[in-house]
Design a protein around this ligand. Structure first.
Ligand SMILES: [Mn+2]
Length: 346
């Protein structure tokens, strides 16, 4: 089916060189990976997607723009692409796929705007997105730009994000981006009964992109890190496809460096790697400012070390930060924590 719904124009903010923001933070030598990232490091495409349609609690749409105000990537050549939020007044009408019509529209629109940035020659991509349903945009952009290549995904998150509208307990679509990326179809026997329109919208979402590639990734090219809160339907998918999972217990046993090495070794067959970092992978002691905090996650320092080791791989083409909600009550500023991590990485 074709949805004839108008789409807001994307606003490309600005491109200029030697970009410098007012806050000064030292780039620590320990975390410097300039030589590893080679040509990438001085050429960063910063992409902000200010949509939080997929989240249960509103406010994460403010995260991307607020984080970039705190970035200080000295001497880097940065380009900025901003995707505006898009929300219809009645967008929550689909009980088991809240906002799915708007999510189809914004993902189609965003992918069209950004996929030219995801070839191996176009630089390193830093995506800061509102809620995690946007993760499907970045993964799709890598695949759409490199259709013959094998794409690996490192999903650093407390949650598995493997639900689809037929299994979700909440209807919030930020719990579904990996099901979208893996092309998981609606199960007619599952507990949630969907309308024909909802089934059609889900199938449209799985095939976004001009090449309509589905699935975008395969289960053996996916690794979870910090996974600790998931439902039975998600466990069933993980078990069925033997998806690689590192829990906080694994991290405590091996340490973050070993964990990063094991992850990259596991994905050695992949041509490109997309890293998605949901800030709820971190412990609530630093991540109160996210919609669904879960005890027992990474410390801020562990997050820096983990990402730093992973970014040493030249296969890593993009890093996404997501689910930063400045509107929630928080003792530590989630925006400042996220920006500080990024400033130390780049
Ligand atoms: Mn997530």
């Amino acid at each position: 089916m074709h949805l004839n719904i108008p789409i807001n124009p994307c606003k490309k903010i600005i491109i200029f060189y030697g970009y410098q923001l007012p806050m000064t933070l030292q780039v620590k030598e320990l975390y410097s990976h300039h030589t590893i990232l080679g040509g990438f490091v001085n050429n960063i495409n910063i992409i902000t997607i200010s949509s939080d349609i997929g989240a249960g609690k509103k406010g994460a749409y403010k995260g991307p723009k607020t984080v970039i105000e705190h970035l200080n990537f000295n001497q880097k050549k940065c380009s900025f692409t901003h995707i505006e939020p898009l929300e219809s007044p009645d967008n929550l009408k689909h009980e088991f796929a809240k906002g799915i019509d708007d999510i189809v529209r914004i993902q189609t629109h965003a992918l069209d705007k950004i996929n030219s940035l995801f070839t191996d020659k176009s630089g390193f991509n830093l995506i800061i997105s509102g809620d995690h349903s946007n993760g499907h945009i970045g993964i799709s952009a890598v695949k759409e730009s490199n259709p013959e290549k094998k794409i690996g995904v490192i999903w650093i998150d407390a949650h598995a994000d493997l639900h689809n509208p037929s299994t979700t307990p909440s209807g919030n679509m930020h719990g579904m981006p990996l099901a979208m990326s893996l092309g998981i179809a609606i199960n007619p026997a599952a507990k949630n009964q969907l309308t024909d329109l909802e089934k059609a919208l889900w199938s449209q979402l799985l095939q976004i992109g001009s090449k309509q590639i589905c699935p975008k990734i395969t289960p053996e090219s996916l690794v979870f890190i910090e996974l600790r809160d998931f439902e039975d339907e998600e466990t069933a998918i993980i078990d069925q496809f033997k998806i690689k999972c590192f829990t906080p217990e694994d991290r405590k046993k091996s340490g973050v460096k070993k964990l990063a090495e094991q992850t990259l070794n596991y994905l050695s067959e992949c041509d490109f790697i997309y890293i998605s970092f949901d800030v709820d992978s971190m412990d609530p002691s630093v991540s109160e400012g996210t919609g669904t905090p879960v005890p027992g996650g990474l410390s801020k320092q562990e997050a820096i070390e983990l990402l730093s080791f992973l970014l040493k791989s030249p296969k890593v083409i993009a890093l996404e930060f997501t689910e930063i909600n400045p509107d929630l009550p928080q003792t530590n500023s989630m925006v400042e924590v996220a920006a500080d991590i990024l400033n130390q990485l780049f």
